[in-house]
Design a protein around this ligand. Structure first.
Ligand code: NDP
Ligand code: GUE
Length: 299
């Protein structure tokens, strides 16, 4: 039976380190890290993440503000708010919750964020730095960064000699994940909806990352014996066994089947999700340290 990788526990360690860093920054420089989360519309799932981000920010002793804008907010109004946050010295990290409503060009919004405050790591400058190995000054997207820490706990920092397969090629998860694995010396393949024989390819992976958005797509016989399986997927499905109209969260991996074969697997919930929020705190602290001219801690 595979090890269940406890993302909640590792996330607690990261949050504790962010709090320690924030305490030091306050004591030495009088600087309080500040984060702004912007959400447009009232998607219930987004509300959950935004609430837990604010809760963790408070736990870390950060200054935290939330801007909840109506679903019909204009692009111009959103860009103007981002302009204000870019100029606000109390704010070190800006996160605009995605997806945005269809009438707003999310690319334009993301590129309007000051790259030095882009704690999501979605701005071209940060994407380019990650792609060229400038990871000392880049912001790395939170979900892949958190996934790498979980992989490190199982496999160590150097993945030389290991094969990795990333299923999914989105800009927010799949592509940055592949870049991080490559930077750690894994031999990386990126799979997507046009990849032939996905089960066979996945079976070659010492490290298998699923970031697809399809509930329990990865089956037990897709998993190489002993593999490290990172399940990024967050899918809400019907759970009639819990009562009429009830739902539950599952990942992109069939957990029980994968755990019978793998060496280690992340659960959903309690795996990558809590790490994403923890890395947002880490990135915000790093941003505040850089601005204050203090060497940031390594996470
Ligand atoms: N834990 C966390 O903190 C986070 C979790 N998520 C979750 O991760 C999942 C992925 O998110 P995201 O990257 O934004 O999703 P996207 O929808 O942007 O990307 C999904 C990717 O999966 C590929 N794909 C879709 N169907 C198949 C298939 N049948 N076989 C192979 N590949 C397929 C797509 O391929 P193609 O490009 O060819 O269309 C695409 O590259 C979702 O469940 C999301 O909720 C996301 C962000 C954070
Ligand atoms: N600009 C932007 N940045 C993001 O990082 C971003 C985003 N937009 N849009 C949505 C996705 C999704 N995402 C999650 C974060 C935490 C959990 C999380 O904590 N999940 C808990 C469960 C939470 C629950 O019970 O609903 C867990 O997996 O244990 C999940 C998903 C960040 N995203």
């Amino acid at each position: 039976m595979a090890e269940k990788i406890d993302g909640r526990k590792v996330a607690e360690d990261v949050v504790a380190a962010a709090k320690t860093g924030a305490d030091r920054l306050k004591a030495e420089k009088g600087v309080v890290p500040g984060i702004a989360v912007v959400i447009v519309g009232t998607d219930p799932a987004s509300q959950v993440y935004v609430a837990s981000k604010s809760k963790k920010a408070k736990e870390c002793g950060f200054h935290s503000v939330q801007h909840e804008l109506a679903a019909d907010t204009s692009e111009a109004a959103l860009l103007s708010l981002i302009g204000d946050l870019n100029a606000d010295p109390a704010i070190h990290g800006i996160l605009v919750q995605l997806p945005l409503p269809d009438h707003i060009d999310s690319g334009r919004v993301i590129q309007s964020i000051d790259p030095d405050k882009d704690v999501d790591g979605f701005h071209f400058i940060n994407v380019g730095k990650l792609g060229t190995g400038e990871t000392d000054t880049a912001f790395v997207p939170c979900t892949p960064a958190g996934s790498m820490i979980l992989i490190e706990r199982v496999r160590g920092r150097d993945l030389s000699g290991l094969t990795a397969v990333v299923v999914g090629r989105s800009n927010i998860v799949g592509k940055p994940m592949a870049n991080l694995l490559l930077a750690a010396n894994a031999t990386v393949t990126i799979a997507h909806s046009r990849t032939p024989d996905l089960p066979g390819l996945c079976r070659t992976a010492d490290i298998l990352v699923a970031a697809v958005g399809r509930p329990q797509m990865v089956k037990g016989d897709w998993v190489k014996p002993g593999a490290t399986v990172i399940d990024v997927g967050i899918n809400r499905i019907a759970a009639p066994e819990r009562g009429e109209g009830k739902t539950r969260l599952v990942g992109d991996v069939d957990y029980d089947a994968a755990a019978a074969v793998a060496g280690a697997v992340t659960p959903v919930p309690g795996g990558v999700g809590p790490m994403t929020i923890a890395m947002l705190m880490a990135n915000t602290l790093v941003s505040a340290c850089r601005r204050a001219g203090v060497e940031p801690p390594r996470f």
